[in-house]
Each structure stands twice: as structure tokens, then as C-alpha cells.
Design a protein around this ligand. Structure first.
Ligand code: SAH
Length: 260
């Protein structure tokens, strides 16, 4: 093996790195993310960051949990951001670790805006979003030349836990051959209904990808008309992505995860 060294940026005391941890499999971390995790004084991490990734932290690093756990109320976004600011002002190397990519439904922008306002130096390290990594591990291509020239990421959840009311279902159904819903499990019945009302075929394929890229990943393949009942009858547990479109059909041939 060649010994190649990569020049990594300095993680300066008093700065914050906002880092994407990817969807779960530690092998999907970027080298830059790993460098940050190994050198941080404090890691403020979210619920979707796997323990296997936190194991890369330095011996003396403090680990601060900033997600939901065991039905307890989740910390308010403002408290998390305040804590990042306070830790940076205390001269720590602060690493804010988020599942997937910090800028994909991850509130990374809100946190960085506050850091910018406070004139705290920060860096954003992108991660593989579950929307990309999860499909790859489920053997579902995001695009193929024969099926779709566009793909849409949609959140199935607004700040109140409801389907966002600014989704234009008709335009979505007309213009987006492939859709990937984040945070949509609780509303899968309404999401599929809205899409059928807007003209999508009831037999259109749907995949629900749970715990993507983790050893206990599970994928359920269904259709728009059946997916609600199929999910109810299953024991699938979030986090989950809902994929809608004919790209799902490729899974029959490309499911490498269960063939290894
Ligand atoms: N920033 C994250 C998304 C945060 S929103 C990213 O880029 O991936 C949280 C939602 O992401 C979950 O409700 C789920 O829809 C999706 N998600 C995150 N990790 C996942 C995983 N390992 N498997 C399936 N879905 C996942």
C-alpha cells in the first residue's frame, strides 16, 4: 500500500466544524470528517449519528448529545446553537456532528448563520446524505437514462410534525419522476394519497429504506396504493426514506447488500 499523506486543514481552537457523518456506515465518513472527529475537543452530536462513528473521537474529547432520546423532549435548536457559541468562546475545537449532510434537512444553515453572526470561524464538511447513500445501499439508482432526468428530495415533516403545506403536489407529480421523502414514515398514507390524487399511478413502485447503510438495514418494496398498509403490517422502524418512482424496480437486480 502506498503511503500517501493528505494536507488537512488545522482545526483551530475557538472554531467550529459543522460535519456530516453520513447515513450510518462509518466507512462512508470523509477523510476530512474523520480528521475533525479525531481532533475535536468537544463533539456535539445528533440522534442519527451512530456510536461506531463516535468511537473515532480522541480519548479526552467531550461528547455532548443534542438529539431526541427515549421520549424526552429534544433540546431546543436555540440551546444547541448557544452551546456551540459558548464552547467556541471558551477556546475549544468544537465539532458539530450531524447525520447525513448538514445542509440536507439538517438545520446546518441555521447554526452556521449564528456562528457567522457571532464572528466565530467555522468550516462545513459535507457528508453523504441518506438520500444518496441510502439508495446506493438499497440497490436503487438515483437516476438512469431510461427512467428519470430529475430527482426531488422532499421533507414529509414540518416544524409541527405535519406534512408541509407548501408542497404543490400537482406540480411534484407532473414534474418529478423520482421522489425521495425524508421524515415521511409517520405520514406515508397521506403522502401516497396526495400523489395518487395528483395523478400518479396506484401501482407505481415505492421503497421504504430503514436504517440505511447500517447492518440492520431493511427495505420494503411496495406500491403507492399498498404502501400504507404494508408499512403498518411491517415492523419497520425509522429513520426511513420513502422512494417513489420506477427507479425502485432496479432493486430486483442491484440489491448487492443482501448478496454479499
Ligand atoms: N441531514 C440528514 C437528514 C436529516 S432529516 C441527511 O442528509 O441524511 C432525518 C431524516 O433523514 C430521517 O427521518 C430519515 O428520513 C432520513 N435518514 C437519515 N439517516 C437515515 C438512515 N440511516 N436510514 C434511513 N433514513 C435516514
Amino acid at each position: 500500500m502506498k503511503n500517501i499523506s493528505i494536507n488537512m486543514p488545522d482545526f483551530k481552537p475557538g472554531s467550529v466544524w459543522v460535519v456530516g457523518a453520513g447515513p450510518g456506515d462509518p466507512g462512508l465518513l470523509s477523510l476530512l470528517a474523520l480528521h475533525g472527529i479525531q481532533n475535536a475537543d468537544v463533539i456535539v452530536y445528533d440522534a442519527l449519528v451512530s456510536d461506531d462513528i463516535l468511537k473515532f473521537s480522541g480519548e479526552n474529547a467531550e461528547l455532548e448529545y443534542a438529539g431526541k432520546r427515549g421520549g424526552k423532549p429534544s433540546p431546543k435548536q436555540k440551546d444547541i446553537t448557544d452551546s456551540l457559541v459558548a464552547l467556541a468562546h471558551a477556546g475549544k475545537r468544537v465539532l458539530r456532528l450531524k447525520g447525513g449532510d448538514p445542509f440536507v434537512f439538517g438545520r446546518g444553515a441555521e447554526e452556521c448563520l449564528r456562528l457567522a453572526k457571532e464572528k466565530i470561524s467555522f468550516r462545513i464538511v459535507p457528508g453523504i446524505t441518506a438520500g444518496v447513500g441510502g439508495l446506493a445501499y438499497a440497490g436503487i439508482p438515483m437516476t438512469t437514462r431510461g427512467t428519470n432526468s430529475a430527482v426531488t428530495f422532499i421533507t414529509g415533516h414540518n416544524a409541527n410534525g405535519e406534512i408541509p403545506d407548501d408542497i404543490d403536489w400537482k406540480s411534484l407529480a407532473d414534474a418529478s419522476p423520482a421522489m425521495i421523502f425524508f421524515m415521511g414514515m409517520a405520514h406515508i398514507g397521506r403522502i401516497s394519497e396526495k400523489l395518487m390524487e395528483a395523478g400518479r399511478s396506484p401501482t407505481e413502485p415505492v421503497a421504504i429504506i430503514c436504517k440505511a447503510t447500517m447492518p440492520n438495514q431493511q427495505v420494503l418494496v411496495s406500491t403507492l396504493e399498498k404502501c400504507r398498509n404494508d408499512v403498518l403490517a411491517s415492523e419497520l422502524i425509522p429513520p426511513a426514506l420513502i422512494v417513489v418512482g420506477s427507479i425502485v424496480n432496479f432493486r430486483e437486480y442491484l440489491d448487492w447488500f443482501n448478496c454479499e
